[in-house]
Write a protein that binds this ligand. Structure first.
Ligand code: FE2
Length: 294
């Protein structure tokens, strides 16, 4: 296993060393990008959103006969909303929770960065705008925000993927901003990446997530295999750390087998100079114009 302490010497601000790692490895780790107070406020707001959310109200809008259709419709509808998504087994056919609500949320998305006052502040400002510019996003467009819960004991694995599958642009431009709101460890499901997997022959987009006529599907584009365990590097990081990574970088997160939660917040931004695919599931909304980090 590669040594996770490789990143221990990385510090803000954006340095030549970070720039070199960004280009070589396709990711960079910025400890302390957010303060403890900012993380605590974000965690409290996440809890408040969960407490206020009524799962039955959301589920009742859809027929339960076709669960796949229900899931597709809920995802598409969440593009310009703040919606809680539950673990698959948490709800019964009528949308009633089978387990305590606070322990059954999988994620909240996808417009927290615009609609929620706490996360709007968290997602904008000069530090993020300067970082986006350093990463080459000349005209950043922030498409979505997600609170990703990795619940104690039951938080599942998210398998190898590339975030560019969900935000296809020509040329590729999507960049992920992954904030640890709580410590992310080997035990509670930290990120794993394939260093350098965004470039060269392995830096090819393997899949794309397509939306057509209200249906969502994953299309295979390239048969290049996902990394094996020997080429995966874990990124255990402390709360407040920002991990930025290239949209083509293969990454996954392990299950949470621990008793501690692992709450993360992500933003995905593309470059407005690149052509944004009309087949991407998240499309421009007249009600919520896409904008940058300012
Ligand atoms: Fe991802």
């Amino acid at each position: 296993m590669p040594n996770p302490s490789d990143d221990a010497d990385l510090q803000q601000p954006w340095t030549a060393g970070l720039q070199a790692q960004w280009q070589r490895d396709g990711y960079a780790v910025l400890p302390g990008f957010k303060t403890g107070a900012e993380c605590a406020q974000a965690c409290a707001q996440a809890q408040a959103l969960v407490d206020a959310f009524d799962p039955a109200a959301g589920a009742s809008r859809f027929s339960t006969r076709d669960r796949r259709l229900v899931a597709d419709a809920a995802l598409i509808a969440s593009a310009d909303q703040v919606h809680c998504f539950f673990e698959e087994e948490a709800l019964d056919e009528a949308g009633r929770l089978q387990v305590p609500k606070s322990r059954s949320v999988n994620k909240i998305g996808h417009a927290l960065h615009e609609l929620d006052p706490v996360f709007r502040r968290f997602s904008h400002g000069p530090a993020l705008a300067a970082l986006a510019a350093a990463l080459g996003l000349a005209e950043p467009q922030v498409w979505q925000s997600q609170l990703i819960f990795k619940q104690p004991h039951i938080g599942g694995e998210v398998g190898w993927h590339q975030d560019a599958s969900f935000f296809v642009t020509t040329p590729h431009s999507v960049t992920t901003f992954w904030f640890a709101l709580e410590d992310a460890t080997l035990d509670n499901g930290c990120l794993w990446v394939e260093p350098g997997g965004h470039r060269g022959p392995r830096g090819v987009l393997r899949e794309r997530f397509v939306c057509q006529a209200g249906r969502l599907r994953m299309e295979t584009l390239d048969a290049t295999p996902w990394p094996d365990a020997a080429h995966a590097r874990p990124l255990p990081v402390a709360a407040g750390t920002l991990v930025v990574f290239h949209g083509l970088l293969p990454h996954y997160s392990a299950p949470n087998r621990s008793a501690r939660s692992r709450l993360a917040y992500t933003l995905h931004a593309t470059d407005g100079r690149a052509a944004y695919s009309p087949l991407n599931w998240l499309q421009p909304s007249a009600a919520l114009p896409v904008r940058g980090f300012d």
